[in-house]
Design a binder for this molecule. Structure first.
Ligand code: ZN
Length: 209
């Protein structure tokens, strides 16, 4: 069996935080809530360094939760191709950043997405974009893992899909148990990856560092 292992590309940054317009308004209601939050934690929202913070936070939050406005169909479009191919395809080390829904704190790490094509393949960069559709929402790692696997099943109808995510959670690192070096691994197996120990074994061999 031949295998293709392709490292994923990082995402380009979208917003420039240090734009200079001073009277810009983005989302006044949202900015007001952030101003109130600053006051609540003991800050002075009008001091120089914080004047544009509500604006920046509002923009950043919209970007970090932009997955709510995206569908898998939107990002995949017509990048699914008929191809006589049934060999395992793995997109390794897809960097992602998400936020836990319990604390609205970041969790981040790497996702490995593998599938066994059923004569249909997907443009490789699209796999990383599917990860972002679900990562850029409030999440729990387990659900994120399952949503990526289910989306791949739906789009490609493959023989199997495996998603493995290893992530670090700020809510464990900065607060709570304050364990900086722990990481959480979740997996979702569908089709032959679930049913067939050999497929799983091959996958594990291919993704280990
Ligand atoms: Zn949390």
């Amino acid at each position: 069996m031949t295998k293709r292992i392709i490292p994923a590309r990082a995402n380009p940054p979208i917003f420039d935080d240090y734009d200079t317009e001073t009277d810009e308004s983005y989302d006044p209601d949202f900015e007001n809530i952030i101003r109130q939050m600053l006051t609540r934690i003991g800050e002075q929202p009008d001091r120089e360094g914080l004047q544009r913070t509500p604006l920046r936070v509002a923009k950043a939050m919209d970007f970090l939760t932009s997955g709510y406005n995206m569908t898998v169909q939107d990002v995949v479009r017509n990048a699914v191709f008929e191809e006589k191919c049934e060999e395992m395809v793995i997109v390794k080390d897809i960097e992602f950043y998400s936020m836990c829904e319990h604390h609205i704190l970041p969790f981040f790490g790497k996702a490995h997405v593998a599938y066994l094509p059923n004569n249909k393949v997907i443009g490789l960069s699209k796999v990383a974009r599917i990860v972002d559709v679900f990562a850029r929402r409030l999440q729990v790692q387990e659900r994120l893992t399952n949503q990526i696997a289910d989306a791949m099943m739906e789009i490609l109808n493959p023989h199997g899909v495996a998603v493995i995510i290893k992530a670090s959670h700020f809510c464990m690192m900065m607060r709570g148990v304050q364990k900086q070096n722990s990481s959480t691994v979740t997996s979702a197996m569908r089709g032959s990856f679930r049913e067939n120990a050999r497929s799983r074994g091959e996958l594990m061999d291919l993704i280990k560092d």
